[in-house]
Design a binder for this molecule. Structure first.
Ligand code: WQD
Length: 338
């Protein structure tokens, strides 16, 4: 079966995609600098996949390392996750985001080109739609950026489009909506360093008693319950979308796709669903709107269904129960040297 380089494969979405690719019969090498991932995940990936993990510690900015990797292994393609992804941090440190996200992609793509490897799945984001007014979001909407992070993702999409005019690239761009949840085993999940940015890790910390209360950023939006709407997608569905994207690239079928459920969920609905999963009241308070937030963001998932045959299968309850299983298992430890 084809061999794939999985950059950022020790991270949240990368680790779930690793498990899905191995289960699909791909051979996978993980490249990760562990800047935003715990090394213990590798043992747990070995447990989940039933075999040793081929992992290389290093950065996609290290061209010498990449050249050695592509010389040693005959890769058929790459899935590129390795990037910085915190919107707020990107506002404070834009140059670090340009270096890591744009510099990282260009360095990887140059190494791939020089090794004659032209299939790449690129991890993009729905925030390339800026502040949309038409819903649900389709892939042909105008693109813009509201943060340096979104700028790097939009720029990388366009870099790959330009590169494909010069060389025979076959590119899969996946625009994620809001990834949440965890593998049902509780062995892998979202493991943000420090104070989380995202909603579900925050609710999880309240459920674990690590934070007092959830702050709901605004309840005066033009939405059914006043809180913002997002298209939350289970990370297991998102991982499967990457396998189907890669399968399409192996057949020479390039694509740019929204990966979402098409079903918007509000902050208060997510809070209530998590509360049901935990089985007790989770305190929250209404706080001011967060700067930069958009009121709504949800996908029209039709093109992913047409092009890949992909549809999300896991619902809100599984998103919350799998997250709750994960954070409890993480707190207990996994009972082996991880
Ligand atoms: C979701 C909703 C918040 C925390 C970002 C990036 C996106 C992707 C996912 C990288 C919003 C509300 C949150 C809290 C809250 N990241 N919220 N209290 O902002 O939609 O998307 O993360 O790929 O690119 O833009 O996700 O989880 O931060 O927020 O009320 O403590 O939850 O206001 O409405 P977001 P989020």
């Amino acid at each position: 079966m084809p061999r794939i380089l999985l950059t950022g494969g020790a991270g949240y979405i990368g680790s779930h995609t690793y498990v899905a690719l191995m289960a699909a019969g791909y051979e996978v090498t993980i490249l990760d600098n562990f800047e935003n991932a715990d090394r213990g995940v590798i043992d747990r990936l070995a447990r989940l996949s039933g075999t040793e993990v081929d992992v290389v510690e290093g950065s996609v900015l290290n061209r010498t390392l990449l050249d050695r990797l592509f010389a040693e292994k005959s890769f058929d393609g790459a899935v590129h996750f390795a990037a910085k992804k915190a919107v707020g941090e990107s506002v404070a440190r834009p140059l670090d985001y340009f270096e890591a996200n744009i510099g990282g992609l260009v360095t990887l793509a140059q190494a791939m080109r020089d090794a004659g490897v032209f299939r790449i799945v690129f991890s993009s984001t729905a925030t390339v739609y800026g502040e949309p007014e038409v819903f649900p979001l389709t892939e042909d909407l105008p693109l813009s950026y509201t943060s340096p992070y979104a700028f790097t993702k939009l720029t990388c999409e366009q870099i790959l489009a330009q590169a494909a005019r010069a060389d025979p690239w076959v590119v899969g761009v996946l625009r994620y909506f809001n990834p949440v949840g965890a593998h049902p085993s509780g062995l892998i999940g979202e493991d943000p360093r420090g104070i989380p940015d995202n909603l579900m890790p925050f609710i999880a910390k309240v459920a674990m008693g690590e934070m007092e209360t959830l702050r709901v950023f605004g309840n005066d939006y033009d939405t059914p319950d006043g809180t913002a709407l997002r298209d939350y997608i289970h990370v297991m569905d998102l991982a499967r979308a990457h396998v189907q994207s890669l399968d399409a690239l192996m057949e020479g079928r390039a694509h740019t796709l929204n990966i979402g459920t098409g079903s918007p969920v509000s902050v208060l609905e997510m809070h209530a669903a998590y509360q049901d999963a935990v089985g007790r009241t989770l305190p929250y308070e209404i706080a001011p709107r967060r700067v930069g937030d958009v009121p709504k963001l949800y996908a029209d998932p039709a093109r992913a269904r047409e092009v890949l045959g992909f549809s999300a299968e896991h619902g809100l309850e599984e998103m919350c129960t799998s997250s709750w299983t994960w954070v409890q298992a993480q707190a207990r430890g996994w009972g082996f040297n991880s």
